[in-house]
Ligand binder design. Structure first.
Ligand code: COA
Length: 377
């Protein structure tokens, strides 16, 4: 007897897979909240460490809690030398997201079961992510590792470790806000991945190694890298409209536009656009920025009625490039931030866990005949 086939919903679009209080999106109104706080408020008034705590523990930290969390993050930036050696030994032409994935797995091998509680593992993972990204970047450039500076916050310390120079206040601020903006975004692909892996009771290092793999894809975190490649291909403002017409005629996607949930401009891209403007006004414009402004205008004219508007990735890459960060390090920066969200979801998943085991719609055949190898054509 065959059971009735379940109805397939491609991409599980619109299907709830968990209860969550971490973040909230209203895609029609363009609203994003973390634990009830509007993203614009957090971008203007909070910082990455405070936001990470908020996502993880549900409320804004007290001054003592925040100071303790910051001190802990600074302490956990000291990674095992053997892990740094592993990162330095990875292929220099490999993608930094692959290095980060390897880094999480190796970090788990060094640390799993060694810390006093899961909250310590969480702090270690948040602290270690930027250190691993910077360590691989320095190694592949043939430059020596820069030791973390415990007096700096996550954003400034990352820039310091990347360059070996004290970053200026504006750049550190811009990166800090970008980290706030990327820290969580409801049930996106990498968060879903994190929750699926968490549901198997895998350790949080494995959870992050899996989620980072999901984030790497060009339809998810990898889009910010593709935006820059695309803008460079367009080259100049006068070529924007012809390029867009060609792209749409061949049903190509314009990277940095469109969203599964937002059908209006992503609220994070408003914040990033304002920061980009500030950065470019203070440090000088680039052709890429002008091309981006023109492309936004042209895409919204052509596709706005379909609900296709800029998403967070459209302006983040432009900002990072202006700060001298290599294109393939853009997605790892997304990971530096999103690890806080993944771990908040991991904590939530563990409260009332049930292993994920969705159904499928079987489209194969039955009663296949096994033929001996020698008799097969
Ligand atoms: C993010 C994304 C995967 C969302 O996809 P989705 O909700 O499944 O939407 P679909 O891919 O089904 O697109 C719906 C329609 O809009 C069009 N569309 C969506 N995004 C588009 C884009 N970036 N450029 C051009 N057309 C786009 C599709 O071609 C489709 O058109 P059709 O109805 O004529 O077939 C998609 O918008 C995309 O690929 N964007 C580019 C990559 C990107 O920036 N990703 C980062 C997300 S934060």
């Amino acid at each position: 007897m065959t059971s009735q086939a379940p109805t397939l919903v491609p991409g599980l679009a619109g299907i709830p897979c968990a209860e969550s209080a971490v973040s909230y999106i209203d895609g029609q109104a363009g609203i994003l909240e973390y634990r009830g706080h509007r993203i614009e408020t957090l971008a203007a008034q909070s910082n990455f460490e405070e936001t990470a705590w908020l996502l993880l523990y549900g409320t804004l930290p007290t001054a003592d809690e925040l100071a303790g969390f910051r001190a802990k993050l600074a302490r956990y930036r000291e990674l095992p030398p053997a892990l740094l050696a592993t990162l330095a030994g990875l292929p220099k032409d490999g993608h930094p997201m692959a290095a980060l994935q390897a880094g999480y797995a190796a970090l788990g091998m060094h640390m799993e079961g060694k810390l006093a509680s899961r909250d310590e593992d969480i702090a270690l993972l948040i602290a270690a992510t930027p250190v691993m990204v910077a360590a691989f970047e320095r190694a592949r450039q043939g430059q020596p590792f820069v030791a973390p500076d415990p007096s700096l916050d996550t954003a400034a310390n990352f820039l310091w470790m990347l360059r070996g120079e004290t970053p200026n206040v504006l750049e550190s601020h811009v990166l800090d806000v970008a980290l706030v903006l990327h820290a969580d975004h409801t049930m996106n692909a990498s968060t879903f991945t994190a929750r699926v892996v968490a549901s198997t009771e895998a350790d949080p290092y494995t959870v992050c190694a899996s989620a980072i793999g999901s984030l790497k894809g060009p339809l998810h975190g990898g889009a910010n890298e593709r935006v820059l490649i695309q803008l460079e291909k367009v080259g100049t403002v006068d070529r924007v409209r012809a390029w867009l017409d060609d792209q749409l005629a061949t049903r190509g996607k314009v990277m940095g536009f469109g969203h599964r949930v937002y059908k209006t401009k992503d609220p994070r891209s408003f914040v990033l656009q304002t920061l980009a403007r500030e950065l470019f006004e203070k440090t000088g414009s680039t052709p890429i920025y002008d091309v981006a402004l023109e492309l936004e205008k042209a895409v919204v004219e052509k596709l706005g009625e379909k609900g296709i508007y800029p998403n967070v990735d459209f302006y983040s890459g432009i900002v990072y490039q202006k700060m001298g960060i290599p294109t393939d390090v853009f997605t790892p920066i997304f990971g530096i931030s999103r690890v806080a969200g993944w771990l908040a979801h991991w904590r939530e998943q563990m409260v009332d866990n049930k292993i994920f085991r969705p159904a499928q719609v079987f489209v194969g055949s039955h009663d296949a005949v096994y033929t001996d190898l020698a008799a097969r054509g």
